[in-house]
Design a binder for this molecule. Structure first.
Ligand code: F3S
Length: 388
């Protein structure tokens, strides 16, 4: 059945053959997104003793497996969610439950073929690491995990990895939030195209740079369907192919201001129920930075930082978790603000530093969103209100 899915996909996209893949990252894990039909589909395969053939791991689910009771997640939802995780586990999928597997040691190499499905992870793997993956759906990534291969089309082929748009950035990007705003604008304009950025000044600090690139890619994948981007003189393929990385009929875009995106993503008013960071899931270095900004201040509003269970344990070992919890914040593992049942929990006004989250929260959680830098978000949690 899995091979049938892959063959059908290959036929649709005119693939000539299959390509072996070294790992699969499976999205569509949250009960909020897949509901009972998704659970039944997976249970059916698990009952037939389906087993993955290559390393495979899960995208975030709808609950934090350790903290869901403490945080008031609905009981019935949690039980269904645990069932989904267990069914996937029975089939051999690792319960990493993160959208940043590259922060927990799963780092595909340049040119490696993989089948990943979380859009921000796809963007990071293709663009920053130079690996090769299409933007898989949950079922096609699972099918690839069972068969160890995927049809060779789209971004598995060099000729489809050339840029379709030249993007000249003529404004200053001062924070990872600004990279998110830029991503939001470009995703809207290029859809599923491939931008080649010129004029971007990347932070020299590696941690800061990684956060900015994650933020840029995640936002483009949310406002559009960008699965690959290049940055002049930086990303692995931009350097190798030089100007030949751009298709002959490439469109041209110039960005001189981020104001338009800020106006769309940041709503009026100052009420907040929750401040949330970590979209995509935070690395240990990001958590360190957040703990540094918080220092020994106390939060008036809940602050949830999404990450993986592995990174949270590292944060515990380093005393970072203690600093955040002392202030009244939480590091949430296994889940995030978009796939957790926040609407059912009565959370309406949400502040975030992520353009991807700010794009999805109004439609996925019926939320009113405030968007700003990490510092602005933490200040809002400390003061109990948002300041524009
Ligand atoms: Fe990850 Fe959730 Fe954002 S899956 S990219 S934290 S929407």
């Amino acid at each position: 059945k899995a091979m049938e899915i892959l063959v059908a996909l290959g036929r649709i996209y005119d693939a000539k053959e299959m390509v072996p893949v070294t790992s699969a990252q499976i999205a569509g894990v949250s009960y909020k997104n897949i509901g009972d039909p998704g659970l039944e589909f997976m249970t059916d395969w698990a009952n037939q003793n389906a087993r993955v053939h290559i390393p495979a791991f899960m995208n975030p689910a709808g609950i934090d497996r350790q903290l869901w009771r403490q945080l008031g997640f609905p009981e019935a939802f949690a039980h269904k969610q645990i069932e989904i995780i267990e069914v996937l586990r029975r089939m051999g999928v690792r319960a990493t439950l993160t959208c940043t597997p590259y922060h927990i040691g799963i780092v595909p190499q340049k040119g490696e073929h993989i089948a990943w499905s979380e859009s921000s992870a796809v963007s990071y793997a293709n663009s920053v690491l130079g690996a090769r993956t299409n933007r898989e759906g949950g079922p096609s990534a699972l099918a690839a995990a069972f068969c160890g291969r995927t049809p060779r089309f789209g971004l598995h082929l060099h000729e489809n990895r050339l840029a379709t748009h030249r993007v000249l950035v003529n404004c200053k990007l001062e924070s990872s939030a600004d990279f998110g705003l830029l991503g939001y604008l470009i995703g809207k304009q290029v859809g599923n195209g491939i931008p080649f950025f010129q004029g971007i000044e990347l932070p020299t600090d590696e941690t800061e740079r990684t956060i900015c690139l994650k933020s840029l890619g995640a936002a483009m994948a949310a406002s559009g369907a960008v699965a690959l981007y290049h940055i002049e003189n930086f990303t692995p393929e931009a350097g190798v192919y030089g100007d030949r990385i751009i298709t002959q009929n490439a469109g041209s875009i110039e960005i001189t201001s981020l104001d338009e995106a800020r106006a769309v993503l940041n709503h009026e008013g100052n009420q907040i129920d929750l401040v949330t960071l970590g979209c995509p899931h935070a690395s240990l270095e990001e958590l360190k930075d957040i703990a540094r900004i918080i220092g020994n201040q106390q939060l008036k509003k809940p602050l949830w930082i999404a990450s993986s269970a592995i990174v949270r344990e590292d944060a515990r070992a380093n005393g970072i978790l203690e600093t955040i919890e002392k202030a009244g914040g939480k590091i949430l593992a296994d889940t995030c603000m978009v796939v957790a049942p926040l609407e059912e929990m009565g959370i309406k006004y949400i502040a975030t530093n992520s353009a991807k989250a700010a794009t999805y929260l109004p439609s996925h959680q019926a939320a009113i969103v405030h968007f700003g830098t990490t510092e602005q978000c933490i200040t809002a949690a400390i003061q109990g209100k948002w300041k524009n």
